[in-house]
Design a protein around this ligand. Structure first.
Ligand SMILES: C[S@@+](CC[C@H](N)C(=O)[O-])C[C@H]1O[C@@H](n2cnc3c(N)ncnc32)[C@H](O)[C@@H]1O
Length: 314
């Protein structure tokens, strides 16, 4: 762990690399994404092992002024628990180094691959950040700048949300162009996609500074700045206004278990909500929360352990 003096850290980042057995990677990545960072890359197949187990490296970056030491301590404590459970000498190692902001994009770019978000709409890296050779000709694309924001299209919860949102747009007929609220916008990908599906206006809400910066740059890059606005806020403390024709919420189960009543408060009359970021094993309680909040499920989609819902106000 480098010793970092406060003067030297402003605007700089600490790259954090955590090597651990593949089977633990999802759990540790999810822990990092619980408000500690908004993006984690997984470096696979480098042949490394931890004891007899195949290893992967999780890579993320934290603002240098954040409490990096505490994150490293907690990761190491997790490593000892994992080592004890799996009978390994050492299950997890963490390395950190201070990096300049311009290194961040270079660090993120190689792992950023083109991916089909849904129905012929592809996400590709911004110019210079990778050549999207392997995408079919004639498809629609959204370009993203590599950043530490969730929402590159590589995660099933983003694709499920996109699929259900696109389905909702597909059913509109001749009505006025809808207004969309994207809660937890991350990279802004779904907000940008909503303009392509026909939204008149999209508001993205995000509490993470790094993600918000990335979302703003992505909206400008895709030339949708006139239709998309971003708000830096914690959605759990915002006073809802019945405004949105479609609410897109790729969050986690707690937001739905504890906050569905509040989420419904954002919906205009006849409005719908796409809820994603729920693991299949938590589906029952989440559906119960929707029921109590007066939301009826009209479509369900799943991919691997992830499930998403299109719901309407009853
Ligand atoms: C799972 S990511 C989804 C990102 C993107 N919308 C997508 O679908 O790929 C959730 C995002 O919500 C943000 N978030 C989580 N809780 C929030 C809260 N209470 N208020 C505002 N943003 C929040 C996180 O920082 C993260 O960027």
């Amino acid at each position: 762990m480098p010793t970092i003096s406060p003067q030297s850290t402003v605007g700089r980042w600490v790259e954090l690399r955590c090597t651990l057995p593949t089977i633990w990677a999802d759990a540790v990545a999810e822990w990092l994404l619980e408000g500690r960072t908004s993006g984690v890359l997984v470096e696979e197949g480098n042949g490394e092992t931890v004891g007899p187990a195949e290893a992967v490296t999780l890579i993320t970056a934290l603002p240098a002024e954040a409490d990096v030491e505490s994150v490293v301590d907690q990761l190491q404590a997790m490593g000892w628990t994992l080592a004890e459970r799996s009978g390994l000498q050492e299950a997890l190692s963490v390395e950190t180094r201070l990096i300049a902001p311009e290194r961040l994009e270079a660090l993120l770019a190689p792992s950023f691959k083109p991916v089909e978000l849904t129905g012929g709409l592809w996400v590709v890296p911004a110019e210079g950040a990778g050549v999207p050779e392997d995408i079919p000709p004639g498809v629609t694309t959204i370009r993203l700048i590599p950043g530490l924001a969730f929402g590159t299209g590589s995660h099933p919860s983003t694709r499920l949300a996109a699929r259900l949102a696109a389905a909702w747009f597909g059913r509109l007929s001749g009505e006025r162009a809808p207004r969309v609220l994207d809660l937890g916008t991350g990279s802004g990908l779904l907000a940008i996609a909503a303009t392509q599906w026909g939204a008149a206006l999209v508001v993205g809400v995000e509490k993470d500074r790094m993600a918000l910066e990335n979302a703003q740059r992505n909206a400008a890059l895709n030339d949708v700045g006139a239709k998309v606005a971003f708000i830096a806020a914690d959605l759990t403390t915002m006073e809802p206004r019945a405004w949105a024709d479609l609410l897109v919420a790729n969050l986690d189960r707690d937001h739905f278990l504890l906050g569905s009543d509040r989420l419904v408060g954002w919906l205009a009359s006849g409005g719908a909500m796409v809820a994603s970021g729920v693991r299949v094993e938590h589906e029952g309680p989440v559906l119960g929360a929707f029921e109590s909040a007066g939301l009826a499920v009209v479509e369900r989609a799943d991919e691997g352990p992830w499930v998403a819902f299109l719901t309407e106000r009853r």
